[in-house]
Design a protein around this ligand. Structure first.
Ligand code: PHE
Length: 359
C-alpha cells in the first residue's frame, strides 16, 4: 500500500480504537468517509494523479475504502454491544428485593381495637363467637333475665323491627341487638361448657349525640366452667386492661353494680387524671366496662345446671376504649368517613398488632 494510504489506515484504526462511545465513533467515521473526510478527499484528488499511476492508485483507494468501511462498522457493533452491557449492568433488577409498600389505605381504629382485643383474649385461650345483628327479643332480653315488663328494658332504647312472616304479625318480636350479651346465650346453646369466648360486633340503640351513636360496637366476654370465681373475672379483666392500654400498673377498681343477667354485678373502673385525661394512677376513676358472675337463671335458660356450672361475663364499648387509648374526644367522626381523620387515626395494615405490655 502507498505510504499515505497506509498512514490513513493506521491512524483510522487508532482513532477507532480510542473512540470510547458512539459519539466519538461517529466523529471518526465523518472525518474519514464524510463529505469532507480524508478518504473522500483522496478520491477527489484521483483525477490529478498522472494517468500511468491512476489505475493502481484508484484500485488501492477502493480497497482502502472497503477496509475502512469494514473496520468502522466493526467498531460500531462493538461499541453498541458494550453500551448495552453497561446499561444492563447499571439497570440491574434485583428480584430478591422486598417490594416497596404501595399506599394502600389504613385500618379503621375500630377494626384495629377489635384486632388488639382479639389478640389479647386469644392469648388467654378465648375464641371468637358471633351472633346476628337482628336478634330475637328472647336472645336479647328474655334469656338474659330481662322479661317483657322488666324496668331494665327502659334502659335500652331499643329499635324494634316490624313483624314479618307467615304468622301475620304474631311473630315473636325482633330487635336490633342492644348489646352483644345475646351472644352469651347463643354460645351456651351452641356448645357444652367449658366455654371461653369473646364476641365483638355492632350494637344498636336509638340514641344520638356527641357521645352516643345509634350504631356502636361492643365486645362481650363469657367464661363458663365448673369452678369459676370472681377471682378469675378480676384477674382476667385486670390483665386485659393493662395489656390493652399498655400500662403495666394501671389501677383497676371493681364497683358493685346491677345487671339483670349477672349476680353479683360489677362496674369496672380504671385510674386516670380527670384534668389531663391521662390514663394511669391519676387519682380519679373512669368507668370502662360492665361485668359479673353469670346469673344462675341465665345458665338455666340455656339448659345448664347452675349447681354444676358457673361463669363470668363482661361487656365493653369498643369506641369507648378506642377513644381513651388514642385520646379521641368525639365519637361522631368514627362513622363519618372523613379521610383526614382516618389518615390521622388509621393504623398501618401491614404492621402486626403490637401490644407493648404483652399478655
Ligand atoms: N350488656 C351490658 C351492657 O350493654 C354489659 C355487660 C355484659 C354487663 C356482660 C355484664 C356482663 O351494658
Amino acid at each position: 500500500m502507498q505510504n499515505d494510504l497506509l498512514a490513513l489506515k493506521t491512524e483510522t484504526d487508532a482513532a477507532l480504537a480510542a473512540a470510547a462511545d458512539l459519539r466519538a465513533w461517529d466523529a471518526v467515521r465523518v472525518a474519514v468517509l464524510g463529505r469532507n473526510g480524508r478518504l473522500t478527499g483522496l478520491l477527489k484528488e484521483l483525477g490529478k494523479t498522472p494517468p500511468e499511476q491512476r489505475r493502481e492508485r484508484g484500485a488501492a483507494l477502493n480497497r482502502l475504502k472497503d477496509d475502512l468501511a469494514v473496520a468502522i462498522e466493526a467498531r460500531r457493533t462493538a461499541l453498541e454491544a458494550s453500551e448495552l452491557d453497561a446499561r444492563l449492568a447499571e439497570e440491574k433488577l434485583d428480584v430478591t428485593l422486598p417490594p416497596r409498600p404501595a399506599p394502600q389505605g389504613l385500618i379503621h381504629p375500630i377494626s384495629r381495637t377489635e384486632e388488639e382485643i382479639a389478640a389479647i383474649f386469644g392469648a388467654m385461650g378465648f375464641s371468637i363467637a358471633e351472633g346476628p345483628d337482628i336478634e330475637s327479643d328472647w336472645h336479647n332480653f328474655g334469656a338474659l333475665n330481662i322479661p317483657a315488663h322488666h324496668p331494665a328494658r327502659a334502659d335500652h332504647d331499643t329499635f324494634y323491627l316490624p313483624p314479618i312472616g307467615p304468622l301475620g304479625g304474631n311473630e315473636p318480636p325482633r330487635v336490633l341487638r342492644t348489646h352483644t350479651s345475646p351472644v352469651q346465650i347463643r354460645s351456651m346453646l351452641a356448645a357444652p361448657p367449658p366455654l371461653r369466648v369473646i364476641a365483638i360486633g355492632r350494637t344498636y340503640r336509638a340514641d344520638h349525640d356527641a357521645t352516643h351513636s345509634p350504631m356502636f360496637h361492643q365486645c362481650e366476654g363469657l367464661v363458663v366452667d365448673r369452678d369459676i370465681t370472681l377471682g378469675h373475672l378480676k384477674g382476667c379483666l385486670i390483665d386485659f386492661l393493662r395489656a390493652f392500654f399498655g400500662i403495666s400498673g394501671l389501677p383497676v377498681r371493681f364497683r358493685a353494680s346491677y345487671f339483670p343477667f349477672t349476680e353479683p354485678s360489677m362496674e369496672v373502673d380504671i385510674g386516670w387524671n380527670r384534668r389531663t385525661g391521662e390514663l394511669g394512677a391519676g387519682g380519679d376513676w373512669l368507668e370502662i366496662l360492665g361485668s359479673g358472675m353469670v346469673h344462675p337463671r341465665v345458665l338455666a335458660n340455656c339448659g345448664l345446671d347452675p349447681r354444676e356450672w358457673q361463669g363470668f361475663a363482661f361487656g365493653m364499648g369498643v369506641e369507648r376504649v378506642t377513644m381513651l387509648k388514642h385520646g379521641i374526644s368525639d365519637l361522631r367522626p368514627f362513622f363519618e368517613s372523613d379521610i383526614r381523620w382516618l389518615r390521622h387515626y388509621g393504623a398501618n395494615p401491614l404492621a402486626p398488632v403490637m401490644l407493648h405490655e404483652g399478655v
